[in-house]
Design a binder for this molecule. Structure first.
Ligand code: GDP
Length: 528
């Protein structure tokens, strides 16, 4: 490994933002990109969100794709760091993609609305982070508005998400009385002026809180800050980088994204503390980013901008070595060599052809249906990265063909779309139904539209009384047989042959789990 390679790995930060809709993810993303000098892109983030809000029908999504493909990965530089921000769709198009993106990041940023505390979608995304012990930094947003008491928000995070909080900044008042933050990480005071940007260099260095300048600057709120900090020293956890890197502690910043307040303060700490690309697990061994041979895995597949080409882009995260344009790599699942001639790297402003990419970077590979989620590409050794799962669907539909002569096309379409990871396909044990499962409902519209345009299939959906699913397994063959027999009506095979239990409610599922202690019920399933 060359010195340069090590340097390139160490200066990379690949992360995603987790939040509930409206907490301020789009606003924060824009501000982050502005610091990275990616100004054009910032406009596109907003445009994308506007398009999403306008309508959620598939046609407009097609038009919107131009933006959405490029903004799936946003690359920018900050100080000496090269940052890859992976978009985690969190709105109407909330889907498995959102979850899977989190398998390709080294850390995450959690945005919380100070008036709302922890909300449902944040909780779900956090579950995925926990599976991989992803380190999480927290930004508590909208301090320019009245909200919950800062200590109550921290308690909420600790309780609901089971992660220790370590405040690195502390707010001085909120809403109309919001005066700024005291940065505990750097011992600096930043004063808030609504509508005006505050850069970290504008902050006043105050090592000692008894400094009378504090009273001059904050008036009566100086004493409030002193009391708060004293209280924190006794009650809050000190920041421990190791705890953070293990995913047990989240450093917390306060601010207001829309006013660009506290954002750069957090970004500064983020690039310093967040992990560089981490080793990745394969079936055979752990792969270090510092290794010379190239390797990477596909975590997302997205329909391309040009529907006429039916071309899709596979998003590959580089895990080791250096990617060079035109290099020949092995596509292990199908045992073929492919030349990555026209891979795309995702730059902030534009999609440009990649010359070189390093671990932590994401490249886009054009794909005519041969690439599946979870596929590994490498230049020598046969590897198979693990930890890129399917997630238990929460929405279900039965597909009914309008023209029964098209059964073959339907089967082919559903099989391919399921392989691509766009939806999960289940075939019940007791009948020949096609049941689709998805994490977000919008996925169903996408599938119907693609069935029609790409496979010429006219079909419709019927509601079906399932609300949740688990993949099932058992060491004891006899017991498993018994379980299968008794629960036939609720069992189905997924597209890779995995057996799943579909339940009409969480309560039903819980009841079955209780009744069958020998059976293991999995919420996720690895791709073969
Ligand atoms: P997303 O849904 O998480 O991407 O959230 P957005 O970034 O679109 O923000 C949702 C709403 O909150 C928008 O109306 C923003 O203008 C507003 N917002 C974002 N940040 C702040 C903030 O710091 N203070 C206030 N008062 N509003 C904010």
């Amino acid at each position: 490994m060359s010195k340069n390679h090590r340097k390139e790995v160490d200066r990379r930060r690949t992360f995603g933002i987790i939040s509930h809709p409206d907490a301020g993810k789009t606003t924060l993303t824009e501000k982050l990109l502005l610091f990275g000098g990616a100004i054009q892109m910032a406009g596109a983030v907003k445009a994308r969100k506007a398009a999403r809000h306008a309508t959620s029908d598939w046609m407009s999504m097609e038009q919107e794709r131009g933006i959405s493909v490029t903004s799936s990965v946003m690359k920018f530089n900050y100080n000496d760091y090269e940052v890859n921000l992976l978009d985690t769709p969190g709105h109407q198009d909330f889907s498995e993609d959102t979850y899977r993106v989190l398998t390709a990041v080294d850390s995450a940023l959690m945005v919380i609305d100070n008036a709302k505390g922890v909300e449902t979608q944040t909780r779900k995304l956090m579950e995925v982070c926990r599976m991989r012990n992803t380190p999480i930094m927290t930004f508590i947003n909208k301090l320019d508005r009245e909200g919950l008491e800062p200590l109550d928000i921290l308690a909420d995070i600790e309780e609901t998400l089971q992660v220790e909080c370590a405040p690195l900044s502390w707010p001085i008042g909120m809403g109309k009385r919001f005066k700024g933050t005291y940065n505990l990480y750097r011992k600096r005071l930043s004063l808030f002026t609504p509508g005006q940007e505050t850069r970290p260099q504008d902050a006043v260095v105050i090592d000692d809180l008894s400094d009378p300048r504090l009273d001059e600057l904050l008036g009566s709120q100086a004493d409030e800050l002193r009391e708060d900090i004293e209280l924190l020293e006794g009650a809050a956890n000190p920041f421990d980088p190791e705890h953070y890197l293990k995913g047990n502690q989240t450093p917390v910043f306060f601010g207001s994204a829309i006013n660009n307040f506290g954002v750069e303060e957090m970004l500064e700490a983020f690039v310093e503390q967040a992990p560089a690309p981490r080793p990745a697990q394969t079936l055979t061994r752990e792969v270090s980013p510092y290794e010379d041979p190239f390797s990477g895995f596909v975590f997302k597949i997205q329909a391309n901008m040009d529907p006429a080409h039916r071309d899709r882009i596979a998003f590959l995260r580089v895990c080791s070595g250096t990617f060079k344009r035109g290099m020949k790599v092995k596509h292990h699942r199908i045992g073929k060599d492919v030349t990555l001639a026209n891979a795309t790297i995702f730059m902030a402003q534009d999609r440009t052809n990649v010359e070189e990419a390093f671990p932590g970077d994401i490249i886009g590979i054009h794909n005519h249906g041969t690439i599946k989620i979870g596929d590994t590409f490498s230049d020598k050794e046969a590897l198979k990265f693990t930890g890129i799962p399917s997630f238990a669907p929460e929405h279900f539909r039965r597909v009914r063909l309008k023209n029964p002569l098209k059964t073959k096309q339907l089967e082919k379409g559903l099989k391919q779309l399921a392989e691509e990871g766009a939806v999960q396909l289940f075939r019940p044990l007791i009948n020949t139904d096609y049941i689709l499962g998805a994490v977000g409902v919008l996925q169903f519209d996408v599938i119907m539209s693609r069935l029609q345009t790409e496979y010429g299939v006219d079909a419709l959906y019927e509601g079906i009384d399932y609300a949740t699913a688990r993949w099932v397994e058992c060491d004891d063959d006899k017991k498993f047989e018994e379980f299968e027999k008794k629960n036939q009506a609720n069992l189905a095979k997924d597209s890779e042959g995995g057996l799943a239990f579909l339940a009409s409610s969480e309560w039903r599922l819980g009841h079955t789990i209780e009744q069958w202690p020998e059976i293991v019920f999995h919420k996720t399933r690895e791709h073969n």
